[in-house]
Design a protein around this ligand. Structure first.
Ligand SMILES: CC(C)(COP(=O)(O)OP(=O)(O)OC[C@H]1O[C@@H](n2cnc3c(N)ncnc32)[C@H](O)[C@@H]1OP(=O)(O)O)[C@@H](O)C(=O)NCCC(=O)NCCS
Length: 223
């Protein structure tokens, strides 16, 4: 059965889907996570420049890497309130899981701001999928959830991530510091307002299952 047609969950966030002509973001069910485990086991990042801030399961050695990664996703899926939520999506291309795209809301009803986090398996990079999946999740955030602004940050030497932000319309928003594998490093921060997103808005992205998910996240679009 194609991943897009799997049985609906009784938990609405797992039924949310975003479809573009090239890929789908599918709510991260255990079945999809299991299909992504071989990519995680093989290694998502294996050399500098390290792209993730600490702590990061994907920096660990296998099999602790897969176990910790699964525990983090399970815990994150369960940690949902009006003041904090994180939606986990598996990125699927030609029915094959190739990475993850997350969407995070902190006090979303108050600020209307989201953050994004993503990775692709090494074999899937450099083909425009990173840009496409960011546009997909931004469509969900702005059109589906009613976000007012999206933020992103990437270490200054993470050219792919910074270029994705720039290419989809974010503007620079200063710098900040974090650690990666224990060492401090500078990040470039990015910001995309709803108005700016609207200028480059795509009309070929389809959202599925969003309305049922809104109350789970404490979002009232009539307010
Ligand atoms: C970040 C990531 C998701 C981007 O996905 P991707 O599929 O590799 O990126 P794309 O192919 O969509 O490329 C987007 C842009 O970045 C550019 N780019 C991609 N890789 C690059 C690199 N290594 N150096 C410089 N530019 C790069 C592309 O040319 C493209 O620019 P364009 O829009 O001007 O053509 C992916 O590289 C990845 O998983 N990296 C490791 C994990 C990571 O960094 N996650 C983000 C943490 S903040």
């Amino acid at each position: 059965m194609p991943a897009t047609m799997m049985t609906a969950s009784s938990y609405p966030p797992l039924n949310v889907q975003v479809h573009t002509p090239r890929l789908s973001l599918l709510g991260a069910t255990d079945e999809l996570l299991e299909r992504l485990v071989p990519t995680v086991r093989k290694g998502v990042v294996t050399e500098a420049p390290w792209p993730f801030d600490d702590p990061m399961s994907l920096y660990k050695d296998s099999p602790e890497r897969e176990w910790e990664w699964l525990r983090k996703v399970w815990a994150g899926r369960g940690n949902v309130s009006d003041s904090y939520w994180r939606l986990y999506f598996v990125v699927v291309v030609d029915d094959q899981p190739v990475g993850m795209q997350d969407l995070i809301g902190r006090s979303f009803s108050t600020f209307g701001t989201v953050e994004t986090f993503s990775w692709l398996g090494p074999d899937a990079r450099g083909r425009g999928l990173g840009r496409e999946m960011r546009q997909a999740v931004l469509h969900l955030a702005f059109d589906g959830l009613g976000a007012r602004e999206a933020e992103s940050a990437a270490f200054v030497d993470n050219h792919a991530s910074n270029r994705v932000s720039e290419a989809v319309g974010y503007v620079p928003n200063g710098v900040c510091w974090d650690t990666r594998r224990g060492e401090p490093a500078e990040l470039t921060r990015w910001r995309l307002t709803h108005d700016r997103w609207s200028e480059g808005r795509r009309d070929d992205i389809e959202l599925v299952g969003v309305t049922d998910c809104l109350p789970v996240l404490g979002i009232d679009r009539s307010a």
